[in-house]
Design a protein around this ligand. Structure first.
Ligand code: SF4
Length: 343
């Protein structure tokens, strides 16, 4: 468990942190002329995704969907297309649903506290606290992997945690105690900024740290070993896919609306779904990727159209190469198709 000696130094911790943030905050587009809409979009995009990846998507998104209403009126296919390559597509669908709900709320009645925002699609405790503290100065502290890393180091907490969600629970109370009640949004952003730019997972730049004087992990020389999280156990998975071209186009699978993940996106079809046995020959393309706890080997085989069953299984379609750019795909499938079309 984290020691609570830091709580007694809350005042000086807050003031060192906020002074540093005022002088060092990165110039990010959602911080310029901030609005609730910009904050919501940035918080959705930044989940599981680095700032440098988000920047071009955020700019294009604001250009195409400048407010909740424009986003609410767009089609899901359009939205998935705009999100293409960012991954974790449920974020895009939830953002779309949230825009519809927010647009339907009469002016002046949008809730401003984190608890009320939990009712919106895709908004968990972290996003609710971030959005409401930044947009409405709601005194809700954010706690995520960055915050856990900083505080476990400052408190030299050598406890073993199952994962960062487990650790986040242990830190919730301390994080709330440390929150700057006068500037909760800036305080939360300062914690995130510190985690992203100074208190790195590997090689934290402690000599530049505004809260080093509070950091017991630094003093004891153990900061980089913290937090102590159990290693993720990865599962190896192999997927065999088909690359089938015919005069009608390229065979694709459109992931149905009742699927758990990636609904509405297109992908290269799975051989098993087409009832085609895995060829013994070397695949045309082999690519590896990771999704959450899965380490996936994707093997893409060239198959002749004659091998297909007499009628296609549901949700499989032919798409002409000229139609491919307009359809939504996940980033990897788009890359593989581009590669396959160029060979
Ligand atoms: S002193 Fe180092 S380890 Fe401690 S909070 Fe600052 S950057 Fe992180």
């Amino acid at each position: 468990m984290p020691s609570n000696s830091l709580a007694s130094q809350a005042k000086s911790f807050r003031s060192s942190l906020i002074d540093w943030y005022d002088a060092n905050a990165r110039d990010l587009p959602w911080r310029n002329a901030p609005s609730t809409y910009k904050t919501v979009v940035s918080e959705f995009m930044l989940q599981q995704t680095q700032v440098k990846t988000v920047l071009p998507y955020f700019a294009a998104w604001l250009e195409k969907y400048p407010d909740f209403k424009t986003l609410a009126d767009a089609s899901e296919e359009e939205i998935l297309k705009s999100w293409e390559g960012l991954g974790y597509y449920s974020r895009a669908r939830n953002l779309h649903k949230l825009a519809k709900e927010v647009s339907a709320i009469p002016a002046g009645e949008l809730p401003t506290d984190a608890k009320s925002w939990l009712r919106f699609p895709g908004v968990g405790p972290y996003a609710a606290a971030a959005i409401c503290s930044i947009s409405f100065s709601d005194p809700s502290a954010v706690v995520d992997g960055n915050v856990v890393r900083i505080l476990s180091r400052i408190t030299a907490d050598e406890s073993d945690y199952k994962n960062s969600t487990d650790a986040a629970k242990a830190y919730r109370e301390l994080v709330q105690t440390l929150l700057n009640p006068a500037h909760p949004g800036d305080h939360n952003q300062a914690m995130m900024e510190l985690g992203a730019t100074v208190c790195h997972k590997q090689s934290p730049t402690c000599l530049l740290c505004p809260v080093r004087v509070h950091c017991q992990g630094y003093t004891k020389g153990i900061a980089e070993t913290l937090p102590r999280l159990a290693k993720t156990k990865f599962e190896e998975v192999t997927v065999n896919r088909a690359w089938i071209q015919s005069p009608q186009g390229i065979l694709l699978h459109k992931i149905p609306a009742n699927a758990k993940r990636m609904k509405g996106l297109h992908e290269l079809p799975d051989l098993a779904a087409l009832s085609i046995p895995v060829p013994k020959t070397k695949p045309h393309l082999t690519r590896k990727r990771g999704i959450t706890k899965y380490r996936i080997t994707e093997r893409i085989h060239t198959i002749t159209p004659q091998a297909l069953p007499s009628s296609l299984p549901p949700d499989h379609i032919w798409a002409k190469p000229s139609e491919i750019p307009k359809l939504p795909f996940s980033g990897p499938h788009r890359r593989w198709i581009t590669e396959l079309l160029s060979t």
